[in-house]
Write a protein that binds this ligand. Structure first.
Ligand SMILES: C[S@@+](CC[C@H](N)C(=O)[O-])C[C@H]1O[C@@H](n2cnc3c(N)ncnc32)[C@H](O)[C@@H]1O
Length: 196
């Protein structure tokens, strides 16, 4: 598995625990200071099945000549983080009016590069801790309009009983703080198929 925006490692360490010794997680991030946090968390938790790499996902992620492909790739993208308002109320003064569009554009670029390193039949998960329309649904719609070799997976098939109230009719995950009492979060899973 590849975790493209991994620091400080909340999801990478969870993924590592889930795959155990049946798999391996490559965890990347662009910022050296955040990679230090990631490494410290891996050490603290005694995680051994994660390799850390510095990468910039706004550029090609093809690593080396062997054109490595991953079974699963996660893009937990930089976002407006408005889902965390319950925890960090000061965010409302930090987020600028054009941030949703600006960050949605960045997320789409990252997602497109991540899409290149998923094997056929593998999955690309996109998540953000926010709920603005340009990020979340807007990014998924734009991605699917240009990547005909991907389809949207219906998360209800795999997770219906556990996350019923967050799984929408389109098969994507959305939790809103005023409904859930916890942080806002969005996720969608895209599956790579043979190029049409
Ligand atoms: C929402 S945070 C990730 C949180 C992490 N997945 C976790 O569960 O702990 C987004 C991350 O994306 C990283 N990032 C931003 N731009 C990036 C880029 N161009 N390439 C790779 N990582 C990037 C940031 O440094 C930040 O650590």
């Amino acid at each position: 598995m590849l975790d493209v925006c991994a620091a400080p490692g909340g999801k990478a360490t969870h993924l590592a625990a889930l795959v155990g010794d049946r798999g391996h997680v490559v965890a990347g991030d662009v910022h050296p200071h955040r990679l230090r946090l990631l490494r410290a968390n891996l050490r603290r938790l005694g995680v051994h099945n994660v390799s850390v790499v510095q990468l910039d996902a706004t550029r090609s992620l093809e690593l080396g000549a062997d054109k490595k492909r991953f079974d699963r790739v996660l893009v937990d993208a930089p976002c407006t983080a408005l889902g965390a308002l319950v925890k960090n109320p000061e965010l409302r003064w930090r987020v600028q009016r054009n941030d949703p569009e600006r960050l949605a554009a960045l997320q789409l670029v990252i997602l497109q590069h991540a899409a290149e390193v998923v094997r056929v039949g593998g999955s690309l998960s996109y998540s953000v801790c926010t709920w603005t329309r340009p990020e979340t649904y807007g990014v998924v719609e734009k991605f699917l309009s240009v990547r005909r070799d991907y389809r949207l997976d219906d998360l209800r098939t795999a997770y219906a009983s556990r996350y019923d109230k967050f799984l929408k009719e389109d098969g994507m995950f959305l939790s809103l703080s005023h409904e859930s009492g916890s942080e806002g979060f969005f996720a969608a899973r895209l599956v790579r198929r043979e190029s049409p």
